[in-house]
Ligand binder design. Structure first.
Ligand code: EZ4
Ligand code: CO
Length: 408
């Protein structure tokens, strides 16, 4: 059998998604997620203009060979666009293989290592009262872990804080449909460093020691600022501090490590195992944060996580709403199967998205399970997808209070 057709579907049920559909000569369909937030059409074009014709006629069962052909076979390699495109092909081929085997994908990855996958939710609020409401809401839903982001006095809308305030849903969407250029936010690290430790202190006071508390620094601190932050928050026992410093500077984490025992997570902007080479071999991190969608798919992610396992480092796979349900399913199958699972990010998709993507996930008291349908367990409804037209959106740009461009 061979690959007969390759189609790229762009849909926007509230936010943009790029999905790859691979169909075999005997009619088996595999789905892959290629969504790169704010750069969706670059990946769609890479897939349709460049990769699609290379895939026609290939044996769909040769997943490793296809991965190497698309990665190593290319002279210009790596980067988020290329690796998201390869990821989509890889997911679709695993989906097909598992459907042909009549098994949920996690069975082909070695079977379940646990009953369910602990997930963390996104609690945020512009002030402490709103944040505390959000945490209470998630605890009532059964979550055992929450990521905590909150407003900083003196700054306006900042990363990770829901602008809709507390309500039924507490999540946030950073990509803005702001026309021809990104919206802009302001930032001040000094105010942030002075404000955050007190927030964690109040959360511990109000919610006790059981709750797992995560926090995302979103690449904004210098190495020494991050070291101070990690040290200051030690008494509040964070599950992890994520993206303390800009991702491209691997040795920055040495400095943080020298000063603190706060667990560190990084990697959502990485796209290959090489981005982690120093971080893993020098044990500078505790959690690998890559998205399956942005790191070359299941094949690459399994190798990365096995490499991390040798150094006692666990998974914390990226799972915001800009990862489609297909990408989320790929993460959940890996999470269930690998031994060195840590935690999984979970930001539920909106209803329109779940009309386009039919999933078989189940949520039970803070744990997700990918379901037992053959394959990834997600099917895209092309008619439903057709109703939501692509709308240009950008991630914001960040500036310091004096106007200097800063990491967003
Ligand atoms: O900013 O997915 O930990 N999660 C994150 C996300 C990212 C977005 C970017 O598209 O940092 O919210
Ligand atoms: Co993050």
């Amino acid at each position: 059998m061979s690959i007969e057709s390759v189609d790229v579907i762009v849909t926007s049920p509230g936010r943009n998604f790029v999905t790859l559909k691979v169909t075999t000569s005997d009619g088996v369909v595999g789905w892959g997620d290629a969504t790169l937030n704010g750069r969706e059409l670059s990946v769609a074009s890479y897939l349709s203009e460049h990769l699609a014709s290379m895939l026609i006629g290939r044996d769909e069962d040769r997943i490793e060979d296809t991965w190497q052909y698309l990665y190593r076979g290319a002279y210009w390699r790596r980067g988020p666009v290329t690796m998201a495109a390869i990821a989509a092909v890889d997911m679709a081929l695993w989906d097909i293989k598992a459907k042909k085997a009549g098994m949920p994908l996690y069975q082909l990855l070695g079977g379940a290592s646990r009953d369910g996958v602990r997930v963390y939710a996104h609690a945020s609020g512009t002030d402490f009262a709103a944040l505390s409401n959000a945490i209470t809401g998630y605890r009532e839903l059964g979550f055992t872990a929450v990521r905590v982001q909150t407003g900083v006095p003196g700054l306006g809308q900042i990363y990770g804080v829901s602008s809709t305030g507390p309500g039924v849903r507490y999540d946030y969407e950073p990509a803005k449909r702001s026309g021809d250029r990104p919206s802009e936010e302001t930032w001040d690290t000094r105010q942030y460093l002075n404000h955050m430790p007190g927030v964690f202190a109040k959360i511990r006071e109000e919610f006790g020691t059981d709750l797992r508390i995560l926090h995302d620094g979103h690449h904004r601190m210098t190495p020494i600022e991050a070291a101070r932050f990690a040290k200051d928050v030690e008494p509040y026992d964070l599950f992890w501090l994520e993206d303390a410093t800009p991702g491209e500077d691997q040795t920055a984490l040495r400095l943080i490590r020298q000063h603190s025992t706060t667990p560190l997570a990084i990697g959502e902007v990485f796209n290959t195992v090489y981005d982690y080479q120093t971080l893993i071999t020098e044990r500078l991190i505790d959690y690998v944060r890559s998205a399956v969608t942005h790191t070359g798919g299941i094949t690459a992610m399994k190798k990365l996580l096995d490499f991390a396992a040798i150094y006692g480092i666990r998974s914390g796979i990226h799972g915001p709403t800009d990862i489609s349900p297909v990408g989320m399913a790929a993460a959940l199958h890996l999470d269930l199967a690998i031994h060195n699972f840590g935690i999984q990010e979970y930001m539920p998709h909106n209803e329109q998205t779940l009309e386009v993507f039919q999933t078989s996930f189940t949520f039970d008291r803070g744990f997700l399970h990918p379901g037992d349908q053959p394959g990834l367990g997600v099917e895209l409804d092309e008619e439903a997808a057709g109703a939501f037209e692509y709308t240009k959106a950008y991630l914001p740009v960040n500036r310091l209070l004096d106007g200097t461009v800063h990491d967003w």
